[in-house]
Design a protein around this ligand. Structure first.
Ligand code: BG6
Length: 482
């Protein structure tokens, strides 16, 4: 290391989660099913989320552990079907109470809540009514839901995030269950994308109107793309990969309009994204305050002169693979291996420098403050014979990544907080508890979770991992003791 990193006073240190991955209690107190619950029951290797980490029943204990660790922030999401369980749009008071209790508990310990409105758990009733994201009526439903959230929690929650990783939802639509109703995903994904943009824009505007001092932004899934070689066409291949996996979305969010690159792409491929009169004005009026950044890894891109539909065919043919090493959105590029970085058990590149790269890249393009909302290390983990959990690999990963955040701040980038994924173990999107991310171990395996009648049958004991103690020292010294 060159020297110790320095973090500004008041820098937010916390961790991150999402409702469907951590809460469990999917049938409690009036919550109705979400599309992701159904995925998790039927689609391998998703894991059943009816218990998850049972945070719904353990939230007080979890917040106490956060406080013990020294957290000053916690990023989590609200479950739409807990708040508005049915198409009559009646607000479920029990759902509101749960989130009020959680928020109040956090504030009692001086932990700033950062709240995501949408993290993949569309209520099934909305999917049925709006044909997933395809029908324009989704925009009204989402705006109504967002307003209910601002009205109920906006007096205490000042940091908001609209839609988690919209870019990944469009890139991996089949996987994440957003392609409902599509007969021509290649073209209709852009209608879904536009509807999501309308939902975000409405939420941004409502947040500014309803939440005093409220800040709201997007949270893209950032995977920076390096060119495979210095071959000029590999630069273009990498640029294309970046456009089609991230930049299109970041430009839209930050500038409030679609780029020429995207408009030309639509024109050349005969795509009508369903823009209605007034939409572009709305997008322009919805000014985001900051960017939430999810970043775990990098990718490497090269020139691949396939035409767009041919690439889309590859996606439909192969489906989603563990390492996602193939073009997910059409464009002239292919993703390839990077011999300079190691990979984890799921072939994800272990590349802490990519976090500095991402922060620099986003700052250079958009000049908006940024808060890291996800970054972390997924691994297979179990208790040892003493009932302890040692995770030196995670400590190493976090230390290296936090160092790179420090360097980005020195580079002049405005970074205001770091919330790694995740606080307790929770269900990984594709791998359940087999791929753990937490600073705190949840004492239950996928098999136990699948076979238990309910959470009370399992202890759901929380065990502090070594990374918990390491992170706690780091936080309490504002990054000095690392
Ligand atoms: C992010 C998502 O893309 O990556 C999280 O916002 C997810 O929901 C995280 O859990 C890690 O991915 P995975 O597939 O390892 O769980």
């Amino acid at each position: 290391y060159k020297h110790d990193p320095k973090f500004p006073e008041g820098f937010f240190w916390g961790a991150s989660s999402a409702a469907w991955q951590v809460e469990g209690a999917t049938e409690a107190d009036g919550r109705t099913p979400a599309i992701i619950d159904l995925n998790s029951k039927t689609k391998k290797p998703f894991a059943d989320n009816s218990i998850a980490a049972d945070h719904y029943h353990h939230y007080k204990e979890d917040v106490a552990l956060m406080a013990e660790c020294g957290f000053t922030s916690y990023r989590f999401s609200l479950a739409w079907p807990r708040i508005i369980p049915n198409s009559d749009r009646k607000v479920n008071q029990a759902g509101i109470d749960f989130y009020n209790n959680l928020i109040n508990e956090l504030l009692k310990h001086n932990i700033t809540p950062i709240v995501t409105l949408y993290h993949y758990d569309m209520p099934v009733w909305v999917e049925e009514k709006c044909n997933g994201w395809l029908d324009r009526s989704i925009v009204d439903e989402f705006e109504y839901y967002a307003k209910v959230c601002f009205e109920n929690f906006g007096d205490r929650v000042k940091y908001w995030l609209a839609i988690n990783e919209q870019n990944m939802q469009i890139c991996y639509g089949h996987w994440l269950g957003v392609s409902k109703g599509c007969t021509d995903w290649f073209r209709q994904k852009w209608v879904i994308n536009h509807n999501m943009n309308m939902c975000s824009a409405k939420a941004v505007i409502a947040c500014h109107e309803m939440v005093e001092g409220g800040k709201i932004g997007p949270v893209p899934g950032m995977v920076p793309i390096y060119p495979e070689t210095c071959k000029p066409m590999d630069q273009i291949g990498a640029m294309n990969a970046e456009e089609f996996t991230e930049k299109i979305w970041n430009d839209t969010n930050a500038y409030g309009k679609y780029s020429n690159f995207l408009k030309n792409y639509w024109k050349n491929n005969d795509i009508d994204p369903g823009i209605q009169p007034g939409d572009e004005e709305l997008m322009l009026a919805a000014k985001i305050d900051y960017i939430g950044v999810n970043c775990y890894r990098s990718n490497t891109g090269k020139d691949a002169p396939l035409d767009a539909e041919e690439q889309e065919y590859l996606l439909n043919k192969d489906g989603v693979k563990g390492n996602l090493k193939f073009p997910v959105v059409p464009g002239q590029y292919a993703l390839t291996n990077n011999p300079y970085v190691e990979t984890n058990d799921w072939d994800w590149e272990i590349d802490p420098v990519s976090l500095r790269y991402t922060l620099r890249y986003l700052w250079d393009h958009y000049q908006l403050p940024m808060m890291i909302m996800e970054n972390g290390f997924g691994m297979h983990e179990a208790k040892d014979e003493n009932g302890e959990v040692h995770d030196p690999e995670r400590i190493e990963f976090l230390r290296e990544n936090i160092y790179q955040v420090g360097l980005a701040i020195e580079d002049g980038v405005e970074v205001i907080g770091y919330n790694p994924w995740s606080f307790t173990d929770l269900l990984s999107t594709g791998n359940g508890m087999a791929k753990r991310y937490g600073l705190v171990f949840i004492d239950a395996t996928d098999e136990e979770l699948a076979n238990a009648k309910d959470a009370s049958e399992l202890g759901m004991k929380r065990i502090r991992k070594d990374s918990f103690y390491w992170y706690s020292k780091l936080i309490k010294s504002n990054g000095k003791d690392w």
